[in-house]
Design a binder for this molecule. Sequence first.
Ligand code: MG
Length: 164
Amino acid sequence: MESQPSALRCGIGYDTHRLVAGRKLVLGGVEIPSPRGLLGHSDGDVLSHAIVDALLGAAGLGDMGRFFPDSDPRWKNAESRIFLETIRGLLAERKLEIVNIDSVVVLDEPKLAPYMNQIKESLATSLGIAAEGVNVKAKTSEGTQTDLAVAQAVVLLAQSEPRA
Ligand code: MG
């Protein structure tokens, strides 16, 4: 059998959104009680967006703006779960399976530890994988970025069948 240099594919994603009053705080599809939420054209789910970009990167499909431009009224206040589900379909069409996802959210307040399992479950459900395949780490900025949330993600995909 020929070697398959494309059998495993990694991707990286990054996103940031401003924290403002009067918005919901949604991370990984989970609404988290907070006096401030993330500003954005969609729901501002910085973690889901970083994961979407990492998955698109690993698949060689460009970036989130190509599929879900913020100039498109369809995505106004859209739940980012829809973006994850769309990517899930794109990966399936290409016989690409998610091996694992690792991610970091940088946010000072609120603390995410109580919601971490729920966030992982939510992401895994949207992507159709086991929760064990998703890791989310919470960090603070140590007070250096109190008005921002930042997320980074890396993913590994495996080609389940050789491409034609
Ligand atoms: Mg974003």
